[in-house]
Design a protein around this ligand. Structure first.
Ligand code: KG4
Ligand code: ZN
Length: 347
């Protein structure tokens, strides 16, 4: 009994984290802040559509959720009855997708009579930085986090694991969307971000120039850049039917470097304004090799300490939901069975 109490006080609880906000069904088991397993089923069904089809995503989550959770528990070497809490993505995201993960999480928590913890997806991307035992450094508070995903682009001042200040965000498209839409224009499958990243490695980033957004303060805009890219490609194809094939590396390198430049400029501004030099990146686009290189280069010239999570914790994953659940539980923030999933949810 005393052992169990000490274990609880030390934050050594077993938490199951479930992520289902978009097109990845993911589950992870954490013991304290350490990840014991992190299992993800990606949905290839969306590839040919150039984007996520919500109805298909919900169906695929329903097919995947039980085997993914089962595998996560088995890999962690525990049974469901040993869990101390279940964290799930409550929002923001696609409502149908959120409902599958949320309903499953609540049912399991109810049957085990353990706490349920609803987690904010964007907070979770940031809190992935606080996972321990994986060999990457955890940023000290306060730190700035550039969270760049398929649905969001934000700069957040993180004062503590439970205190976030949104300094700036996109007014229209997200950075990931800009990558994905550029890829779609080039006839590449969804998600295009990783493919652009690969193609860009052999391209000239200065081959094409696109109209850059002129937004005041720390907010972003990527919709104009997307249109500028589309016009460049349309013009090129008019003159040469093989324009995309002949220029795919340069097109990818040019759009990637433009997106990165926009992101880095705002990040620099935020660092100067807040006088914070612990800088983290999170979200799917933080897997981008060009962004990682640009961040390291800025770190060198600006004297920043940078924090970049491993790939597995950049794109959507159950571990980030698990660590968020663990931290919320520590702070006494427990959810309830009546709380509903939120397609839109302010941080
Ligand atoms: O965080 P995430 O997995 O899901 C959302 O919450 O949206 O981010 C997905 C986004 C997609 O737009 C995808 O194209 C982009 O992250 N992405 C990348 C890379 N890997 C994933 N974008 C650029 N370069 C990459 N290597
Ligand atoms: Zn995400």
């Amino acid at each position: 009994m005393q052992d169990a109490y000490l274990c609880r006080m030390a934050g050594q609880k077993y938490i199951l984290g479930i992520e289902s906000s978009c097109d990845d069904t993911s589950a992870a088991v954490l013991k304290g802040k350490k990840v014991l397993s992190n299992v993800t089923a990606n949905q290839s069904v969306h590839e040919i559509y150039g984007g996520v089809v919500p109805e298909l995503a919900s169906r695929a989550h329903q097919q995947n959720i039980v085997p993914v959770v089962d595998t996560a528990l088995k890999k962690a070497g525990i049974t469901a009855s040993e869990l101390n809490g279940i964290a799930y993505t409550r929002g923001p995201g696609l409502l149908g997708s959120l409902l599958v993960g949320g309903s499953f999480a609540k049912s399991l928590a109810q049957s085990l009579n353990i706490p349920i913890i609803g987690v904010h997806h964007m907070e979770a991307h940031i809190l992935a930085h606080l996972i321990e035992g994986e060999g990457f450094p955890n940023p000290p508070f306060p730190f700035l986090c550039l969270t760049v995903s398929g649905g969001h682009t934000q700069i957040v001042r993180v004062n503590s694991a439970r205190n976030f200040e949104l300094l700036g965000e996109t007014l229209d498209d997200a950075a990931g969307e800009a990558f994905d839409k550029a890829a779609k224009v080039m006839g590449l499958p969804y998600p295009g971000g990783p493919i652009i990243d690969q193609l860009a490695k052999e391209g000239n980033p200065k081959a094409f120039t696109f109209g850059k957004p002129k937004i005041e303060g720390l907010n972003f805009s990527f919709s104009g850049l997307k249109t500028s890219f589309l016009y460049t490609v349309q013009k090129g194809v008019k003159a040469d039917a093989d324009f995309i094939k002949n220029n795919k590396h340069d097109l990818a390198a040019s759009i990637q470097s433009t997106i990165i430049e926009v992101l880095m400029k705002k990040l620099e501004k935020a660092a100067t304004q807040t006088n914070i030099n612990h800088i983290a990146i999170a979200g799917g686009v933080s897997a981008n090799s060009g962004l990682r290189t640009a961040l390291e280069a800025r770190a060198h010239t600006k004297g920043w300490s940078t924090y970049i999570p491993p790939f597995a914790y950049c794109t959507d994953n159950g571990a980030m939901i698990g660590i968020s659940g663990q931290l919320k539980l520590e702070a006494g923030e427990i959810g309830d069975m009546q709380e509903s999933s939120q397609a839109r949810w302010q941080m």
